[in-house]
Design a protein around this ligand. Structure first.
Ligand SMILES: [Zn+2]
Length: 383
C-alpha cells in the first residue's frame, strides 16, 4: 500500500489531467463525484452508479451521524461495505449542513451545537468529533471541519469566519489518523475577498494536507464572481496536490472551473434534477414533463449509452413523470450521472490531447443550441 497522492499527467493552459491514488483505487481527474448523501446515491443502485464510469462518490457526515449513526456504520463494516461501494469515498465534514440549519444551531469558538432535523435531538460537532466520525465511516478522503458563511457577508465577518475555519483546520489535522492510501483535505475559505483567500491558502499549506478544497463558493455569488475567485485562488494552491471545488455545479460551471485548474467536483444537481424531470444533454437541458415530448420516439440523447437512452424514448420518460412512476426519477438520474461522467471524460481527453479550448468551444455551442436535431424541430408545444 502506498501513500495517498495525486499525480499530474498533462496540462492544457491551467487545466490539469491527473490520477488520484488511494487505498480504494485510482481515480482519473478531472472527476465528478456523485452525491451519496445518506449512504445511497438517491434512486440508483451502486452497480448503476459504477456503470456511468464514476470513480469516487461522496457521503454526508451530518446525515450519516444522525442516521444510522457513525458507530452503527462502523459496526456494519464501514461505509464502503454498507453501501456496496468498494471504491474511494469522500465524506464532507458536516460543517456546511450544520451551518445551514439556521435557528437550530449555535456556533461557538470550539464547535457547533445543533438540533437534529429528524427528531430534534441535540448533537455537537467540533473539528475533533467530525474527524473521528469520518474515521469511523472509513472515509478515503476526510474533509477538515470548517465554517461556511452565507454570501453576501461583510469583509469583517468573512475574515472572522475564515480565521475560525483555519484554527479548526489545524485541529482537524491534529485529530486525523494517518493511514496508507487515506487522505485529508483542507478547505480554503474567505468568500470573494482576494486577501482572505490568499491568507487561507497560506495557512492551510503551512498545516499541510493531502489535497485542498475551495469552499464557500456557489452560495449565491454567481458564476462570474466564482470564476474570478478561482482565477486568483487556484494558482496559489500547491501544484502537486488535488484541488476540489465543493458543491459545484452545472456542466458549464465544471468546464470553467477545470479551465481554472480544479480537479474534483461534487454536486446534487444531476441527481436532484433527475428526480424532477430535468435532463442534462449535449444540447442543453430538457424538461421531460413538457408536453412536447409526449409523442417523441427519439432517445434523450443519441450520444448516451445509459439505460434510459439505450432502451427508452422521450415519450416514455414523459409518461413516467406524468404518471408519477418511480422509474422516471431512476432512469433520469442514471442518464444525468452518465452525462456528467461523459463530460468529465471528454474534458480529460481534451486536456491530454492539448486541445481543451477547441473542445470547450464545441461543448458551449452545444449547450447553447435548442435541441439535438434542429432539422426535425419544432415540436408542437402543447403545455
Ligand atoms: Zn442517457
Amino acid at each position: 500500500m502506498s501513500a495517498f497522492h495525486w499525480r499530474c499527467s498533462a496540462t492544457c493552459g491551467h487545466a490539469r489531467a491527473g490520477m488520484l491514488k488511494t487505498a480504494h483505487g485510482d481515480v482519473p481527474t478531472p472527476t465528478f463525484m456523485p452525491v451519496g448523501t445518506a449512504g445511497t446515491v438517491k434512486a440508483m443502485t451502486m452497480d448503476s452508479v459504477r456503470s456511468t464510469g464514476a470513480g469516487i462518490v461522496l457521503g454526508n457526515t451530518y446525515h450519516l451521524m444522525l442516521r444510522p449513526g457513525a458507530d452503527r456504520v462502523a459496526a456494519l463494516g464501514g461505509l464502503h461495505k454498507m453501501m456496496d461501494w468498494p471504491g474511494p469515498i469522500l465524506t464532507d465534514s458536516g460543517g456546511f449542513q450544520v451551518m445551514s440549519l439556521g435557528a437550530l444551531r449555535k456556533l461557538d469558538q470550539d464547535g457547533v451545537t445543533f438540533q437534529s432535523h429528524i427528531d430534534g435531538s441535540k448533537h455537537r460537532l467540533t473539528p475533533e468529533i467530525s474527524t473521528q466520525i469520518q474515521h469511523k465511516l472509513d472515509a478515503t478522503i476526510t474533509m477538515a471541519f470548517d465554517e461556511c458563511p452565507a454570501l453576501p457577508a461583510t469583509p469583517e465577518n468573512l475574515r472572522k469566519s475564515m480565521e475560525l475555519s483555519m484554527r479548526w483546520a489545524a485541529r482537524s489535522r491534529e485529530a486525523f489518523v494517518q493511514r496508507d492510501g487515506y487522505g485529508q483535505f483542507g478547505i480554503v475559505q474567505g468568500g470573494t475577498e482576494r486577501d482572505l483567500r490568499e491568507y487561507s491558502v497560506r495557512a492551510l499549506a503551512d498545516i499541510g494536507f493531502e489535497g485542498y478544497a475551495i469552499g464557500g463558493l456557489a452560495v449565491g455569488e454567481g458564476q462570474a464572481l466564482m470564476f474570478e475567485t478561482l482565477d486568483y485562488t487556484a494558482p496559489l494552491l500547491p501544484p502537486d496536490r488535488a484541488r476540489y471545488l465543493m458543491g459545484v455545479g452545472t456542466p458549464d460551471d465544471l468546464l470553467g472551473a477545470v479551465e481554472r485548474g480544479v480537479d474534483m467536483f461534487d454536486c446534487v444537481m444531476p441527481t436532484r434534477a433527475g428526480r424532477t424531470a430535468r435532463a442534462y444533454t449535449e444540447r442543453g437541458t430538457l424538461n421531460l414533463r413538457n408536453a412536447r415530448h409526449a409523442n417523441d420516439t427519439r432517445p434523450l440523447s443519441p450520444d448516451c449509452d445509459c439505460l434510459a437512452c439505450a432502451r427508452h424514448s422521450r415519450a416514455y420518460l414523459h409518461h413516467l413523470f406524468r404518471a408519477d412512476e418511480i422509474l422516471g426519477p431512476m432512469l433520469l438520474t442514471w442518464h444525468n450521472l452518465a452525462y456528467y461522467q461523459r463530460l468529465m471524460r471528454t474534458i480529460r481527453a481534451a486536456i491530454i490531447a492539448d486541445d481543451l479550448p477547441e473542445t470547450a468551444r464545441a461543448l458551449r455551442a452545444g449547450w447553447a443550441s435548442e435541441d439535438w436535431t434542429p432539422d426535425e424541430m419544432p415540436y408542437p408545444d402543447l403545455s
